[in-house]
Design a protein around this ligand. Structure first.
Ligand code: SAH
Length: 424
């Protein structure tokens, strides 16, 4: 069902009582199953949302493909003509907030989608490379992409701007596939609006590469390399927290490009780091070269292996560590996968606890938003009990402050990082 407001061309989308309750409860998403009728709004259009009795709920961005059919922008009614100004202001607010809480780093998340009231847009800054990613049909609209690029160019005139692409998300949104590309070189004139290809090129070149710094630790970044993800900026403050407790012989499991390992190397006597991805470990080794002169340990031992197998083998072989970091990928991608995910987390934590020396530090993480902090702690408690170990919680942490949590949007509180001490 799509209708039009008198005098404007804004399509109306009606939602059922469940959808309306969600919006009134402060969550911006309405699932397709909670729409009344099937809207014929254009993909990515601004729509007016009404409840079944016709009461106004606000303005939202519509997706014709995703299960998340609408993402509310505001409880007011706004027109397409007012949309650019609203988005520009929200991006400016996001930038301003980061200037307050991330002033001591050159790299941080600039815009975190729902948590910055810009649902569907992610922007990360890695020193002088700013990368944007459109998660929805709306932010793939040529006019909105141009607006985002122009805003970012204004806020970060010395930075290159790169568009990154998640093929899976584009498929879900039924968007044509696209390659990651450089969309603006630093200090260049803006990309002409009529530019048919929008971008300046796909080649990885000097403008898409940089070295960035987290807590004084240096990392390579290439926005256009084959690697699917950039660095895990959300762990920035947890890296620093971990170094406050880490000591002795350390094991970093799921190291990716060495995030924790390179921090541990500053305070630990020996560091072993494990990941299943060879390309990630190759970057990790290059990162090690950038930081070697500051390392307390000798060379970091990088091991390409399945973490589950390796922990099993090492535990059986009686290996012991003073510090263990577990930072696995999201095991629970859906609510249904929860039970399996919790078993996976428990197995990892149980094996790690068996290898941890008394007085040792465990840094254990989960980035599955389906697993709440309470469930994660319960899993950890159960692993400790099975291993006959007493753990003292030193810190319960989340993502760095540049990945803020929106109170009524639990999906924004996805990362848990618990730091524990194994009591003697
Ligand atoms: N700790 C990292 C981020 C980890 S992301 C940081 O701070 O940057 C999760 C990592 O787990 C990815 O690098 C992925 O390659 C790796 N991974 C996924 N499944 C794995 C498995 N079964 N064994 C080992 N590594 C795995």
């Amino acid at each position: 069902m799509a209708d039009s407001l008198a005098g404007t061309s804004i399509p109306i989308v009606a939602v059922n009582h469940r959808g309306a309750a969600r919006l009134r409860g402060g969550h911006p998403w309405v699932y397709r199953s909670d729409l009344v009728g099937s809207p014929d709004s254009a993909p990515g259009a601004l729509v007016e949302v009404r409840d079944e009795r016709g009461r106004r709920l606000g303005s939202a961005l519509y997706s014709s493909a995703s299960q998340i059919a609408i993402r509310l922008l505001t409880h007011e009614e706004i027109t397409e003509a007012a949309l650019p100004e609203r988005l520009r202001a929200r991006i400016a607010n996001a930038v301003k907030f980061r200037q307050q809480i991330a002033e001591d780093t050159d790299s941080y998340r600039v815009v975190f989608s729902e948590a910055d009231l810009v649902p569907g847009l992610i922007v990360d800054k890695y020193n002088d490379v700013v990368s944007l990613q459109a998660l929805t049909q709306a932010f793939d609209r040529e006019d909105l992409r141009q607006l985002v690029v122009d805003s970012l160019a204004e806020h970060f005139p010395a930075a290159s701007i790169v568009e990154r692409v998640d093929p899976h998300i584009r498929e879900l949104e039924q968007l044509p596939s696209r390659e990651a590309q450089l969309v603006r070189a630093p200090h260049s004139d803006r990309v002409p609006r009529s530019s048919p290809s929008f971008g300046l090129g796909r080649e990885s070149n000097e403008s898409s590469k940089t070295i960035f710094t987290l807590n004084d630790v240096r990392f390579h970044y290439d926005a256009l390399s084959g690697q699917k993800t950039g660095a895990f900026l959300d762990q920035r403050e947890n890296y620093a927290a971990a170094t406050g407790y880490a000591h002795g012989e350390a094991l970093d499991v799921f190291t990716y490009q060495g995030g924790f390992a390179l921090h541990l190397a500053r305070v630990c006597g020996a560091v072993t780091a494990v990941d299943a991805s060879r390309p990630a470990l190759e970057v990790a080794e290059q990162n090690e070269q950038l930081n070697r002169d500051r390392h307390r340990c000798g060379e970091i031992e990088w091991i390409e292996a399945n973490a589950f197998d390796l922990l099993k083998d090492y535990a059986t072989a009686g290996r012991e560590y003073d510090t263990i970091v577990l930072d696995p990928p999201a095991f629970a991608k859906t609510k249904r996968a929860m039970a399996t995910a919790l078993r996976g987390y428990k197995e990892l934590n149980l094996r790690a606890l068996k290898m941890l020396r008394p007085g040792g530090t465990l840094v254990t993480c989960s980035c599955s938003f389906h697993v709440s902090e309470a469930e994660f702690l319960e899993m950890l408690g159960s692993a400790a009990a099975d291993a006959s170990r007493q753990l003292r919680i030193l810190e319960k942490r989340g993502a760095a402050r540049d990945h803020p949590v929106l109170l009524n949007v639990p999906e924004t509180a996805y990362l848990k990082c618990v730091i524990c001490e194994l009591l003697r």
